[in-house]
Ligand binder design. Structure first.
Ligand code: ZN
Length: 276
Protein backbone atom coordinates (compact mmCIF):
# COMPACT_ATOMS: atom_id res chain seq x y z
CA UNK A 1 0.00 0.00 0.00
CA UNK A 2 1.17 3.52 -0.59
CA UNK A 3 -0.15 6.69 0.94
CA UNK A 4 0.23 10.10 -0.63
CA UNK A 5 -0.56 13.19 1.38
CA UNK A 6 -1.90 16.00 -0.76
CA UNK A 7 -1.85 19.47 0.74
CA UNK A 8 -3.20 22.39 -1.27
CA UNK A 9 -3.85 25.70 0.50
CA UNK A 10 -6.13 24.89 3.41
CA UNK A 11 -7.02 21.43 2.11
CA UNK A 12 -5.51 18.26 3.47
CA UNK A 13 -6.30 14.98 1.76
CA UNK A 14 -4.71 11.56 1.65
CA UNK A 15 -4.83 9.21 -1.30
CA UNK A 16 -4.17 5.57 -0.52
CA UNK A 17 -3.64 2.81 -3.09
CA UNK A 18 -5.04 -0.56 -2.03
CA UNK A 19 -3.91 -3.65 -3.95
CA UNK A 20 -6.42 -6.47 -4.46
CA UNK A 21 -6.73 -9.79 -6.31
CA UNK A 22 -3.98 -10.52 -8.83
CA UNK A 23 -3.02 -6.98 -9.82
CA UNK A 24 -5.95 -4.61 -9.16
CA UNK A 25 -5.71 -1.27 -7.42
CA UNK A 26 -8.54 0.42 -5.55
CA UNK A 27 -8.12 3.89 -4.07
CA UNK A 28 -9.31 5.91 -1.13
CA UNK A 29 -9.32 9.70 -1.04
CA UNK A 30 -9.60 10.75 2.58
CA UNK A 31 -10.41 14.14 4.07
CA UNK A 32 -8.69 13.82 7.43
CA UNK A 33 -10.28 17.00 8.78
CA UNK A 34 -13.83 15.82 8.14
CA UNK A 35 -13.09 12.14 8.71
CA UNK A 36 -14.72 11.23 5.41
CA UNK A 37 -13.53 9.21 2.42
CA UNK A 38 -14.41 8.27 -1.12
CA UNK A 39 -13.51 4.84 -2.53
CA UNK A 40 -12.67 4.45 -6.20
CA UNK A 41 -13.24 1.04 -7.84
CA UNK A 42 -13.54 -1.06 -4.67
CA UNK A 43 -12.21 -4.52 -5.52
CA UNK A 44 -11.85 -6.16 -2.12
CA UNK A 45 -14.39 -4.57 0.25
CA UNK A 46 -12.78 -6.09 3.35
CA UNK A 47 -9.35 -4.64 2.50
CA UNK A 48 -10.88 -1.20 2.01
CA UNK A 49 -12.80 -1.48 5.25
CA UNK A 50 -9.55 -2.24 7.08
CA UNK A 51 -7.88 0.85 5.64
CA UNK A 52 -10.86 3.05 6.51
CA UNK A 53 -10.80 1.75 10.09
CA UNK A 54 -7.05 2.26 10.35
CA UNK A 55 -7.33 5.82 9.04
CA UNK A 56 -10.46 6.49 11.13
CA UNK A 57 -12.46 7.49 8.05
CA UNK A 58 -16.17 7.05 7.28
CA UNK A 59 -16.99 6.16 3.70
CA UNK A 60 -19.18 8.84 2.11
CA UNK A 61 -19.09 7.86 -1.56
CA UNK A 62 -18.17 5.07 -3.97
CA UNK A 63 -17.00 5.80 -7.53
CA UNK A 64 -16.80 3.15 -10.25
CA UNK A 65 -14.99 3.68 -13.55
CA UNK A 66 -16.60 0.70 -15.33
CA UNK A 67 -18.62 -2.41 -14.74
CA UNK A 68 -15.94 -5.16 -14.73
CA UNK A 69 -16.32 -7.36 -11.67
CA UNK A 70 -12.79 -6.81 -10.40
CA UNK A 71 -13.54 -3.07 -10.09
CA UNK A 72 -16.97 -3.29 -8.42
CA UNK A 73 -16.94 -6.45 -6.28
CA UNK A 74 -16.30 -4.47 -3.09
CA UNK A 75 -19.27 -2.15 -3.67
CA UNK A 76 -21.75 -4.38 -1.89
CA UNK A 77 -19.80 -4.81 1.34
CA UNK A 78 -19.12 -1.09 1.59
CA UNK A 79 -22.67 -0.16 0.64
CA UNK A 80 -24.00 -2.42 3.39
CA UNK A 81 -21.51 -1.12 5.95
CA UNK A 82 -21.81 2.61 5.25
CA UNK A 83 -24.81 3.09 2.95
CA UNK A 84 -22.44 5.03 0.73
CA UNK A 85 -24.05 6.07 -2.56
CA UNK A 86 -22.54 4.48 -5.65
CA UNK A 87 -21.73 6.67 -8.65
CA UNK A 88 -21.00 4.81 -11.88
CA UNK A 89 -21.06 5.37 -15.65
CA UNK A 90 -24.64 6.01 -16.80
CA UNK A 91 -24.05 3.76 -19.81
CA UNK A 92 -23.18 0.81 -17.55
CA UNK A 93 -25.36 1.42 -14.52
CA UNK A 94 -27.68 -1.44 -15.45
CA UNK A 95 -24.71 -3.79 -14.99
CA UNK A 96 -23.76 -2.54 -11.50
CA UNK A 97 -26.15 -3.11 -8.55
CA UNK A 98 -27.43 -0.24 -6.39
CA UNK A 99 -26.14 2.68 -8.45
CA UNK A 100 -27.50 5.96 -7.01
CA UNK A 101 -26.33 8.16 -9.86
CA UNK A 102 -25.22 7.47 -13.40
CA UNK A 103 -22.69 9.94 -14.80
CA UNK A 104 -21.31 10.87 -18.20
CA UNK A 105 -18.87 13.22 -19.87
CA UNK A 106 -18.67 16.66 -18.21
CA UNK A 107 -20.70 15.78 -15.12
CA UNK A 108 -19.42 17.01 -11.77
CA UNK A 109 -19.01 14.83 -8.69
CA UNK A 110 -18.54 16.55 -5.32
CA UNK A 111 -16.77 15.21 -2.26
CA UNK A 112 -15.89 17.45 0.67
CA UNK A 113 -14.44 20.62 -0.87
CA UNK A 114 -13.36 18.73 -4.01
CA UNK A 115 -15.11 18.77 -7.34
CA UNK A 116 -14.28 16.06 -9.85
CA UNK A 117 -15.02 16.26 -13.54
CA UNK A 118 -16.23 13.07 -15.18
CA UNK A 119 -14.40 12.34 -18.43
CA UNK A 120 -15.91 9.69 -20.68
CA UNK A 121 -13.03 7.38 -21.55
CA UNK A 122 -14.78 4.57 -23.42
CA UNK A 123 -12.84 2.00 -25.40
CA UNK A 124 -11.90 -0.57 -22.76
CA UNK A 125 -15.65 -0.83 -22.17
CA UNK A 126 -18.32 1.16 -24.00
CA UNK A 127 -19.27 3.31 -21.01
CA UNK A 128 -15.97 3.65 -19.10
CA UNK A 129 -15.43 6.99 -17.32
CA UNK A 130 -12.46 8.55 -15.49
CA UNK A 131 -12.65 11.00 -12.58
CA UNK A 132 -10.42 14.08 -12.63
CA UNK A 133 -9.89 16.06 -9.40
CA UNK A 134 -8.07 19.26 -10.50
CA UNK A 135 -7.71 20.64 -6.96
CA UNK A 136 -5.48 17.71 -5.97
CA UNK A 137 -4.05 17.06 -9.47
CA UNK A 138 -5.44 13.53 -9.50
CA UNK A 139 -6.94 11.43 -12.26
CA UNK A 140 -8.53 8.05 -11.52
CA UNK A 141 -8.29 6.41 -14.92
CA UNK A 142 -9.55 2.89 -14.19
CA UNK A 143 -8.55 0.74 -17.15
CA UNK A 144 -8.55 3.58 -19.71
CA UNK A 145 -4.90 4.41 -19.07
CA UNK A 146 -2.13 2.42 -17.37
CA UNK A 147 1.52 3.22 -16.94
CA UNK A 148 3.01 2.59 -20.43
CA UNK A 149 -0.21 0.94 -21.57
CA UNK A 150 -3.98 0.98 -21.55
CA UNK A 151 -6.79 -1.50 -20.97
CA UNK A 152 -7.51 -3.77 -23.89
CA UNK A 153 -10.82 -3.20 -25.69
CA UNK A 154 -13.05 -5.60 -23.78
CA UNK A 155 -16.57 -4.82 -24.89
CA UNK A 156 -15.34 -1.46 -26.20
CA UNK A 157 -13.26 -0.71 -29.31
CA UNK A 158 -9.78 0.67 -30.10
CA UNK A 159 -10.95 3.71 -32.07
CA UNK A 160 -12.89 4.93 -29.03
CA UNK A 161 -9.96 4.04 -26.76
CA UNK A 162 -7.67 6.24 -28.88
CA UNK A 163 -10.16 9.14 -28.71
CA UNK A 164 -10.20 8.71 -24.91
CA UNK A 165 -6.42 8.66 -24.64
CA UNK A 166 -6.29 11.91 -26.63
CA UNK A 167 -8.65 13.53 -24.12
CA UNK A 168 -6.50 12.44 -21.17
CA UNK A 169 -3.41 13.76 -22.96
CA UNK A 170 -4.91 17.25 -22.70
CA UNK A 171 -4.73 17.21 -18.88
CA UNK A 172 -1.83 19.08 -17.20
CA UNK A 173 1.49 17.22 -17.22
CA UNK A 174 1.69 17.21 -13.42
CA UNK A 175 -1.62 15.32 -13.09
CA UNK A 176 -1.10 12.19 -11.00
CA UNK A 177 -2.63 9.16 -12.70
CA UNK A 178 -4.09 6.49 -10.42
CA UNK A 179 -4.66 3.50 -12.71
CA UNK A 180 -6.49 0.22 -12.16
CA UNK A 181 -3.87 -2.52 -12.65
CA UNK A 182 -0.25 -3.14 -11.72
CA UNK A 183 0.91 -4.17 -15.20
CA UNK A 184 3.58 -1.50 -15.74
CA UNK A 185 6.51 -3.89 -15.96
CA UNK A 186 4.79 -6.00 -18.63
CA UNK A 187 3.70 -2.89 -20.51
CA UNK A 188 7.32 -1.71 -20.52
CA UNK A 189 8.33 -4.85 -22.42
CA UNK A 190 6.18 -3.98 -25.44
CA UNK A 191 7.08 -0.29 -25.21
CA UNK A 192 10.82 -1.08 -25.22
CA UNK A 193 10.41 -3.45 -28.18
CA UNK A 194 8.93 -0.64 -30.24
CA UNK A 195 10.69 2.45 -28.90
CA UNK A 196 13.94 1.21 -27.36
CA UNK A 197 15.98 4.35 -28.09
CA UNK A 198 13.55 6.70 -26.32
CA UNK A 199 15.56 7.98 -23.30
CA UNK A 200 12.40 8.95 -21.38
CA UNK A 201 10.99 5.46 -21.84
CA UNK A 202 14.31 3.93 -20.74
CA UNK A 203 14.29 6.10 -17.60
CA UNK A 204 10.66 5.35 -16.72
CA UNK A 205 11.03 1.60 -17.45
CA UNK A 206 14.08 1.52 -15.18
CA UNK A 207 12.13 3.26 -12.41
CA UNK A 208 9.35 0.68 -12.82
CA UNK A 209 11.82 -2.25 -12.65
CA UNK A 210 13.40 -0.90 -9.48
CA UNK A 211 10.02 -0.39 -7.80
CA UNK A 212 8.75 -3.86 -8.73
CA UNK A 213 11.99 -5.53 -7.62
CA UNK A 214 11.32 -4.02 -4.20
CA UNK A 215 7.66 -5.10 -4.35
CA UNK A 216 6.55 -1.48 -4.48
CA UNK A 217 3.59 -0.19 -6.52
CA UNK A 218 4.22 1.87 -9.67
CA UNK A 219 1.04 3.88 -9.15
CA UNK A 220 0.70 6.84 -9.51
CA UNK A 221 2.37 7.94 -12.71
CA UNK A 222 1.85 11.36 -14.32
CA UNK A 223 0.29 12.52 -17.58
CA UNK A 224 3.65 14.14 -18.42
CA UNK A 225 5.51 10.82 -18.08
CA UNK A 226 2.93 9.00 -20.17
CA UNK A 227 3.07 11.59 -22.95
CA UNK A 228 6.83 10.99 -23.19
CA UNK A 229 6.87 7.20 -22.98
CA UNK A 230 3.50 5.44 -23.33
CA UNK A 231 3.28 4.03 -26.88
CA UNK A 232 -0.52 4.18 -26.78
CA UNK A 233 -0.28 7.94 -26.19
CA UNK A 234 2.28 8.41 -28.94
CA UNK A 235 0.75 6.84 -32.04
CA UNK A 236 0.74 10.28 -33.71
CA UNK A 237 4.26 11.21 -32.51
CA UNK A 238 6.69 11.71 -35.40
CA UNK A 239 9.74 10.06 -33.81
CA UNK A 240 7.74 7.08 -32.54
CA UNK A 241 6.09 6.60 -35.92
CA UNK A 242 9.50 6.60 -37.62
CA UNK A 243 10.54 3.80 -35.29
CA UNK A 244 7.39 1.84 -36.10
CA UNK A 245 8.04 2.28 -39.79
CA UNK A 246 11.64 1.04 -39.44
CA UNK A 247 10.33 -2.02 -37.62
CA UNK A 248 7.71 -2.56 -40.38
CA UNK A 249 5.11 -2.37 -37.61
CA UNK A 250 3.07 0.38 -39.30
CA UNK A 251 3.56 2.42 -42.50
CA UNK A 252 4.13 6.16 -42.17
CA UNK A 253 0.74 7.07 -43.61
CA UNK A 254 -1.35 4.74 -41.39
CA UNK A 255 -4.07 6.50 -39.37
CA UNK A 256 -3.17 6.90 -35.68
CA UNK A 257 -6.33 5.00 -34.69
CA UNK A 258 -5.28 2.07 -36.87
CA UNK A 259 -1.79 2.05 -35.32
CA UNK A 260 -3.42 2.20 -31.89
CA UNK A 261 -5.48 -0.89 -32.83
CA UNK A 262 -2.32 -2.71 -33.93
CA UNK A 263 -0.68 -1.87 -30.60
CA UNK A 264 -3.69 -3.38 -28.78
CA UNK A 265 -3.32 -6.57 -30.83
CA UNK A 266 0.43 -6.71 -30.22
CA UNK A 267 -0.12 -6.33 -26.48
CA UNK A 268 -2.73 -9.11 -26.50
CA UNK A 269 -0.47 -11.47 -28.49
CA UNK A 270 2.43 -11.30 -26.08
CA UNK A 271 2.56 -14.19 -23.67
CA UNK A 272 2.20 -12.26 -20.44
CA UNK A 273 -1.27 -11.58 -19.02
CA UNK A 274 -3.31 -8.64 -20.30
CA UNK A 275 -5.48 -7.24 -17.50
CA UNK A 276 -9.26 -7.07 -17.75
ZN1 ZN B 1 -11.66 -3.58 -16.85
Amino acid sequence: MSIILVVRAAMSFIIESIPAFKDNYSFIIGDKDLGLAVAVDPSDGEAILNVLNKQDLFLALILNTHHHANHVTGNEKLYQEFGAPIIAPAKEQNRIPNVARGVGDGDIVSFSTLRATVIETSGHTMGHVSYYFPQIDALFSGDALFSLGCGKPSGGDPVRAWESIKKLRELPNETLVYFGHECSEDNAKLALMLDKDNPDLQRIAEKISIARAKGQPTVPTTIGEQKLANPFMRVDDKAFRENLQKLSFAPADAEPAAVFGKLCLARAKLTYPDPV
